[in-house]
Design a protein around this ligand. Structure first.
Ligand code: HEM
Length: 487
């Protein structure tokens, strides 16, 4: 069989890929060697900025299949009749470290799902934790700065990590979660995913519901201890990537069952917790899980850069029947992601294969044009303004989701207090749910980090949070920290 010919970027055959063109056998190289110049120049441009958070990740394609009827709650077409399948791309990630970090670390994991629905792409950009550290987006850059590398030392600093948390009592719930047994998943296949925020569903009659998403792993939850993780991270920095890639290549297709918690919109105001506070869960006894469908991953991307690195998920990519809630963090995210993509990938990132909507083959139909790397010309007769007299695409007049009632004055406000709202109650509930052994491991993990902090006032403020969550919790962390510091 004759071999395929190597070509330059412009498609011309390459004569020699082992020796550069030179002026005589021992002479200097020639500027006319297009293949050499192009090869070196392309190599210099292989990297793009990494994601400012969630830089390190793995992705796979698959499908979502509806197994239960939820049409009473949403008219989203892809959640329509039982058996309906929708293609998906999922990217899992760690959060704090850079692209060159390790997978087996104590850190939340990203769980971002892109549903290529017939009504446009729907992105559900969640984590493996049902809650988050903060509840107002204005704190996000500070929070992330405190968790990533210090600008002077270039290292993650326990002083910074715990200093921020000591000023953020609302983080106590998520810190308890992160330092507990589920803080280091054994692999991406062995963890649950959560939408974390509250979203809004609207049914065909215009009735609104608030909804929380839960993807439960069908592989079973498996986690690593801090010691196991340290050993694994040293042996294979890409342990999660290895696991996901190899499982799918072997034909072992990971799956998750999607459940939702639902709340009729009218009940939100009187719920005992602020239902739009992402530092809190809705206990299942208040709002039980309703099964929706099954997510299956069965195909690895052919090129990690093309599909995983260039994947762009935006919490503001909704489809009819699904919309945002007034969750302030979510509202901040509705801006942040598409803005990050415009910086990281460019204005035409939605035209890349992994991000392109399948609902409109050939690309989005609108009046946006041009910019760097534009390929969606929309046809020679398509006008680039609207309204027009040339039969161009028109608006539907149908909002994607139900309107939200609002009241009050503009200004910077704290979120309204509900009867059970404080920063510690749910953290204490989580602690009290744990077995004796789990509590001991949690205390040891927290103390291991907190004892490395150099400032007493930072330690004291953090201890006060654990005391407020549960007196036993506070006492045990305090004793463990003191014991370690006396060593
Ligand atoms: C106001 C709060 C937040 C802001 C401003 C924010 C901002 C960002 C930004 C800028 C990125 C990088 C996007 C890119 O370059 O592709 C990102 C990634 C990500 N964030 Fe957030 N984030 C916030 C909170 C959250 C929360 C609460 C969750 C989970 C519930 C979350 C989950 C993710 C995930 C999963 C990714 C990675 C997406 C991917 O795989 O490409 N973020 N975030």
């Amino acid at each position: 069989m004759s071999k395929r010919v190597l070509t330059t970027e412009s498609g011309a055959p390459v004569a020699d890929n082992q020796n550069s063109a030179c002026a005589g056998a021992g002479g200097p190289l020639l500027l006319q060697d297009q293949h050499l110049l192009e090869k070196l120049a392309r190599f210099n441009r292989e990297r793009i900025p990494e994601r400012v958070v969630h830089a390190r990740g793995s992705g796979a394609y698959g499908h979502f299949e509806v197994t239960d009827d939820v049409t009473g709650y949403t008219h989203a077409a892809f959640l329509g009749e039982i058996g309906r399948r929708t293609e998906v791309f999922v990217r899992f990630s760690t959060v704090a470290d850079s692209l060159g970090g390790a997978d087996a670390v104590r850190d939340p994991r990203g769980f971002a799902v892109k549903f290529y629905t017939e009504e446009g792409n729907y992105d559900l950009v969640g984590n493996n934790t049902p809650v988050f550290f903060i509840k107002d987006p204005v704190k996000f850059p500070d929070f992330i700065h405190s968790q990533k590398r210090d600008p002077f030392t270039g290292r993650q600093e326990p002083d910074n990590v715990w200093d921020f948390w000591s000023h953020s009592p609302e983080a106590t719930h998520q810190v308890t979660w992160l330092m507990g047994d589920r803080g280091i998943p054994a692999s991406y296949r062995h963890m649950n995913g959560y939408g974390s925020h509250t979203y809004q569903w609207t049914n065909a009659d215009g009735e609104a519901f608030f909804v929380k998403y839960h993807f439960r792993t069908n592989q079973g939850v498996r986690c690593l201890s801090s010691e196991q993780a340290a050993e694994l991270a040293g042996r294979d920095t890409g342990s999660h990537q290895t696991d996901l890639l190899q499982a799918i290549e072997r034909g072992v297709h990971p799956s998750w069952t999607l459940y939702v918690q639902l709340m009729p919109a009218a009940e939100a105001a009187d719920y005992r917790f602020d239902p739009f506070d992402v530092t809190k869960v809705w206990p299942h006894r208040d709002h039980p899980l309703t099964r929706v469908g099954r997510l299956v991953l069965d195909r690895n991307p052919d090129n990690v850069f093309a599909d995983v690195e260039q994947a762009a998920f935006s919490p503001n990519n909704f489809v009819p029947g699904i919309g945002p809630s007034p969750d302030k963090m979510l509202q901040g995210r509705l801006f942040a992601y598409a803005d990050a993509h415009r910086y990281r990938l460019g204005i035409n990132h939605t035209q890349l294969a992994v991000n392109a909507p399948k609902a409109v083959p050939g690309g989005a139909r609108n009046y946006g044009r041009d910019g760097l790397m534009a390929s969606n010309a929309q046809g020679r007769h398509a006008k680039n303004y609207e309204p027009n007299s040339y039969d161009g695409p028109v608006e539907t007049g149908r909002p994607l989701s139900a309107p939200l009632p609002v009241s009050g004055h503009t200004g910077t406000h704290e979120a309204p207090q509900h009867t059970k709202d404080d920063d510690f109650f749910q953290a204490g509930e989580l602690y009290r749910l744990m077995s004796r052994e789990e509590r001991s491991r949690l205390v040891a993990n927290i103390a291991g980090g907190l004892a490395r902090v150099t400032r007493d006032d930072v330690i004291e403020r953090n201890l006060a949070h654990f005391h407020a969550a549960d007196p036993e919790y506070g006492r045990r962390v305090e004793d463990a920290v003191r014991a370690l510091r006396e060593d």
